[in-house]
Design a protein around this ligand. Sequence first.
Ligand code: ASP
Length: 302
Amino acid sequence: MPAKKIPHVLRAQDFDRRRIDDLFDSANMLEQKGSDCAKGKTLVFYACQPSTRTRLSFCIGWERLGGTAHAVSSSDSSQEKGETIEDTVLSLAKIGADVIVLRHPDEDAIFRVALLSPVPIINGGSGKEQHPTQALLDVYTIHRAHKDIDDLSIALVGDLKFGRTTNSLAYLLTKYRGVKLYLVSPEHLRIKGDLLHYLHESGVQVEETADLDRIIGQVDVVYQTRAQKEYTTDPNAHAGLAPYVIDRRVAERMKKGAIILHPLPRNQELSREIDALPQQKYLDQMYYGRLIRMALLQEILR
Ligand code: ASP
């Protein structure tokens, strides 16, 4: 008999529409009824980069499912003594982790540990490449606001070159029909060519533009992002982002019912004036994030 496949979660494009819809249903159910499916089981969130929302929504979500969660950061682990991430993951599994969520600045690390881990590995953010569970919570938030994601116009705004959340969200949006995607950034911070190619191949209507003002009144969702300064030492790398601030004036030009998302943390690109407006959904995103991660964890435990 072939060995049982371990249900790792590595990339957004590995989800299909049916699975995403099932996760939405489970998240809705969990919101109503809860579950203790993780009872007696342990989750470890291992962070080699800072994390607030992802770490806590996994840990609190797991505890709400009845399990025990531990968050460890590389700065106070044996990685400081030169241990490899492979050895760390093997150790966590041996000691008793039933699921490991890994956040790592090196895009490759998640795939390397998935090759050898005896327990499921979830990508909690891999360098500049991917953040698949963020994308799940992004589409779940859009679903909660608009119900149908098919045929929506969605703008991804800001640092699309270094941003992993916009990558994963773009990949996930290929699973929907009729989505029109506006990729809004300065020329030098455009989305990677291979992802652009994938979007075209998948039949997504894509428009790259530097002009947020022109398209703001046409979209159902604005997905704002911060400058990912940690990935470059070039002080000018993020020049040109100044016009992409979302404030009340911009929000008021949006279509009726349109929403603003942001993976957070925010810097100056998203004014606090928006927090009290109906377009604001980035605070709800965190709540939906815990629910959809619980749904994913429940699926993995099955
Ligand atoms: N929290 C998100 C991430 O880990 C977004 C960000 O940091 O800008 O990628």
